[in-house]
Design a protein around this ligand. Structure first.
Ligand code: AMP
Length: 141
């Protein structure tokens, strides 16, 4: 079993896609073990995306991520990190495969509906950024 962090970004929340995103993960056998809705400050968004601090899109990305509420969640399942990224599709919706969340709903490389951790170390950092141990649950069966 593997854990990963996903976020329905402000554009996904605005487009009423919270349920659709979760449905696609659950349908693939990936369970939600933690969930909340938060509105990040600019500082909090910058902390989350600290690895991208030197990138040209850092300011725009962090402004976008605090433009409205977001829905971070911890997902658990076999090979969850890769499965979630496959379900999301490529970062740029123009490159995303048919049937992926970003192909179906995203407007641009920045406003791309959903986030998913890109590896085990990133997942551990990102999960702890939003959730403490008492907010993460065990699923039965
Ligand atoms: P990642 O950590 O790979 O999820 O990348 C962070 C986010 O940065 C992506 O999901 C996009 O929303 C955004 N992003 C990545 N590349 C670009 C880019 N070239 N221009 C604008 N935003 C980008």
């Amino acid at each position: 079993m593997q854990r990963t962090l996903s976020i329905v970004k402000p554009d996904g929340v605005n487009k009423n896609l919270i349920g659709e995103v979760i449905r696609r993960f659950e349908k693939a056998g990936i369970g939600v073990i933690a969930l909340k809705m938060v509105h990040l400050t600019k500082k909090q968004a910058e902390g989350f995306y600290a690895v991208h601090r030197q990138r040209p899109f850092f300011d725009s990305l962090t402004t976008f991520m605090c433009s409205g509420p977001i829905v971070p969640m911890v997902l658990e399942g076999k090979d969850a990190i890769k499965k979630v990224r496959d379900i999301m599709g490529a970062t740029n919706p123009k490159d995303a495969a048919p049937g992926t969340i970003r192909k179906d709903f995203a407007d641009s490389i920045e406003s791309n509906i959903v986030h998913g951790s890109d590896g085990p170390d990133t997942a551990a950092f990102e999960i702890s950024y939003f959730f403490n141990a008492t907010e993460i649950f065990e699923l039965k069966g």
